[in-house]
Design a protein around this ligand. Structure first.
Ligand SMILES: C[S@@+](CC[C@H](N)C(=O)[O-])C[C@H]1O[C@@H](n2cnc3c(N)ncnc32)[C@H](O)[C@@H]1O
Length: 364
């Protein structure tokens, strides 16, 4: 997807590798990453190595059953306080969350009664309520898309360091990360966070809402991911004083936590770019330059996430205090992809022939 990037308008400078330790997330659990004093012990667990295929089965009921299997493994491994075996990791890797199978929480679905009952048996009441809430935005990324985002970062000069994934789900971006990346995921849902920690024990997975994540600004060399979408705002006076929707809040907070020169490369709702109200985009533009955006074709997430939602990959580069902003970005291309450089619209190619747009897309 990024073969045509060529020379980046804002080549990465020396990026602060984020060397200062992150504060612990306590009292919420931090999963994975053993404490410093235990690091010289031989690692008891190793990271799952995913390919590019979607491991969640197709079909709603098959997905639900694969999720139930994953939760059963999660409960066993947690009860025994041990890492997952290879075979258990294979089962955990088929976890796809509940976004594609909201039927599991709908009492009128009589044909789902058996699976619903099984779910009640593997989750506590509190975990069940948490799981039901995830149907809003637990839609994971196709591993091929995550791989392409990493390819972009590599082409942009990423050589390693601490990388944030806000709303990390089962860890798709963590699984595709290069070894030089030290991954920190933040995931609200406890079952999902624990599954990703068992899949990727080398990563730090913080089981908390990103709205309560407190780490110093500029802690990360980059941010990657697929942020949760929704028409609702979370309370985060420090990083969301204007009550932006969750997807824009996540992007703005990621910009604050990413060091100058670093990239925030995330999939977001199309409404980050299309919303009539420019306020969130203006705040992003105050902190970063838009390097490029690609609208993924409708259906890009139907197999992996069971959703037809339209998403954009947005790549921003955090600006240093002394840097002048790039010129405002306006792309009047009729293609559904655009990018703005000092030289004008480069038009990254979409995966499929895009539909014409009636209006130019305006960045700010
Ligand atoms: C669109 S999914 C993407 C997951 C993963 N990043 C991926 O690309 O496969 C968004 C994730 O954000 C999580 N999430 C939702 N609200 C959150 C919050 N307030 N804080 C942290 N994570 C949240 C959801 O549980 C879900 O796993």
């Amino acid at each position: 997807m990024f073969d045509e990037v060529g020379d980046l308008p804002t080549p990465p400078e020396r990026i602060d590798p984020g060397g200062t330790p992150l504060p612990p997330a306590l009292p919420v659990p931090v999963l994975g990453s053993p404490p410093e004093e235990a690091r010289d012990e031989p690692a008891a667990a190793h990271d799952f190595v995913p390919g590019l295929e979607v491991l969640a089965p197709s079909g709603a009921m098959n997905r639900a059953l694969a999720n139930l299997d994953a939760l059963t493994v999660l409960n066993d491994v947690s009860a025994q306080e041990r890492p997952a075996t290879d075979a258990e990791q294979d089962t955990l890797a088929r976890w796809s969350g509940w976004g594609a199978v909201p039927q599991m929480f709908e009492p009128h679905r009589h044909q789902w009664a058996g699976a619903q009952q099984s779910l009640r048996e593997v989750l506590t009441e509190a975990q069940y309520r948490e799981a039901a809430a995830t149907t809003l935005n637990a839609h994971y990324t196709d591993p091929g898309v995550a791989r392409d985002v990493w390819s972009f970062l590599h082409a942009a000069g990423f050589t390693g360091g601490r990388v944030l994934e806000p709303g990390s789900g089962a860890g798709t971006f963590i699984g595709q990360a290069p070894e030089s990346a030290s991954m920190v995921g933040v995931e609200l849902d406890s079952a999902t966070a624990r599954i990703s920690a068992l899949l990727y024990p080398s990563a730090q997975v913080r089981n908390e809402g990103f709205e309560v994540t407190r780490v110093p600004e500029n802690s990360f060399v980059a941010t990657v991911g697929n942020v949760p979408f929704g028409k609702y705002a979370l309370h985060d006076p420090a990083h969301n004083p204007h009550s932006h929707s969750i997807h824009n809040h996540f992007i703005l907070k990621s910009l604050a936590l990413t060091a100058p020169g670093g990239y925030v490369a995330v999939l977001s709702s199309r409404y980050t770019l299309d919303a009539g109200n420019p306020r969130a985009r203006q705040e992003m533009a105050a902190a970063a330059d838009l390097v490029g955006a690609v609208r993924l074709p409708t259906g890009a997430f139907s197999r992996v996430a069971g959703t037809e939602v339209v998403t954009d990959l947005i790549v921003l580069r955090k600006r240093g205090q002394d840097e002048t902003p790039q010129a405002p970005t306006t792309c009047s291309s009729t293609r559904r992809t655009c990018t703005k450089t000092a030289a004008g619209c480069r038009g990254w190619r979409s995966w499929r022939a895009p539909r014409a747009r009636s209006k130019p897309r305006t960045w700010r």
